[in-house]
Design a protein around this ligand. Sequence first.
Ligand SMILES: [Zn+2]
Length: 201
Amino acid sequence: MGKLVGGNLARGGRMVRHIAVAALAVALLASGCSRTAERPAGRSSSGGTCSWSVYFSPHGGCTKAVVNALDAAKHSVLVQAYSFTSAPIAKALVNAHRRRLDVRVILDRSQVTQKYSSADFLLHMGVPTWIDSAHAIAHNKVMVIDDATVITGSFNFTKAAEEKNAENLLIIRDKELARRYTANWWAHERHSERYRGKGMF
Ligand SMILES: [Zn+2]
């Protein structure tokens, strides 16, 4: 009898697992996003297509994913960064600017006070850069590429975020989402100051 009860419990457990798996599958289908660009794209909440990739640091390939996305960019890159010290990401951004893409960067004001900051580097490389001083901290870590791809998450564009920190980076290909992030980028640009060197602060 005890064995039978145990069997029922075991079957019950399996049933719970089956229900959980089915619920997860339904949730993923309902979300409309496929996991990678290689799979057939799903439908986004706006009715368009979307897909996503996710990366976790340390050493989870976040920097490489950002660099690859920038290298593949065709016409535009909008950036919001809090801390920006990653040489590979800065180089990929400058390369995109040199390929005559429309590259624009908004940085937190803390980036100006460093001895040789990312703001100075981008300024010297000719990348249009703004400083957002309107908040306690401008803490966004966002890139919008070609009006179609959003890169975001906790991942700062820094060496420490890649090598030492626990961070996440999400790359979402969804034009409606990109439109929302683009509108937010311009909302911050309106109260930001164009960076022209340390003398302006
Ligand atoms: Zn702002």
